[in-house]
Design a protein around this ligand. Structure first.
Ligand code: ZN
Length: 148
């Protein structure tokens, strides 16, 4: 009994920092989904790196994916503005302050990555949304990133 009460708080403390990270490996394929829906970034990270790997077979022109970070309110606006920019611009508006971080678009067998600083993220007390800006994907391909 005495041992149990001593161990439990220690486990709870260990669970917090262990679940947050600075580097993330995310996989996508020939369907409209990321292999993760939630990302927990450690607030102490000097920088955050997202590695995106497309394990499918379809080319970027048909089933391209990227990883774009915005506030939840800006998802639709950025995705809509990006459609007209074309694949060569990764379906993202150029120099748009709403885009907090973004990778390029990749197709099957390709990988991409982005590194950013937490200093570039405003309002870290609430969650951000990551999504794919390939036309038609953002409504389904979304997840939540929190700074913990
Ligand atoms: Zn996509």
């Amino acid at each position: 009994m005495k041992t149990r009460t001593a161990i439990l708080p220690a486990l709870l403390l260990a669970a917090g920092p262990a679940s947050a990270a600075c580097t993330f490996e995310i996989e996508v394929g020939d369907s409209l989904q990321y292999d993760t829906r939630t990302m927990s970034v450690d607030a102490d990270c000097a920088s955050v790196t997202v590695n995106l790997r497309h394990t499918g077979n379809l080319p970027a022109a048909a089933m391209g994916h990227n990883w774009v970070l915005t506030t939840p309110e800006d998802v639709q606006g950025v995705a809509t503005a990006g459609i007209g920019q074309g694949l060569e611009n990764d379906y993202l508006p150029a120099s748009d302050e709403r885009v907090l971080a973004a990778t390029s678009i990749v197709g099957g067998g390709e990988s991409t990555m982005v590194t950013f600083s937490l200093d570039d993220l405003p309002g870290q007390d609430r969650p951000y949304t990551f999504f794919c800006s390939f036309p038609g994907h953002y409504t389904v391909m979304q997840g939540t990133l929190t700074v913990d």
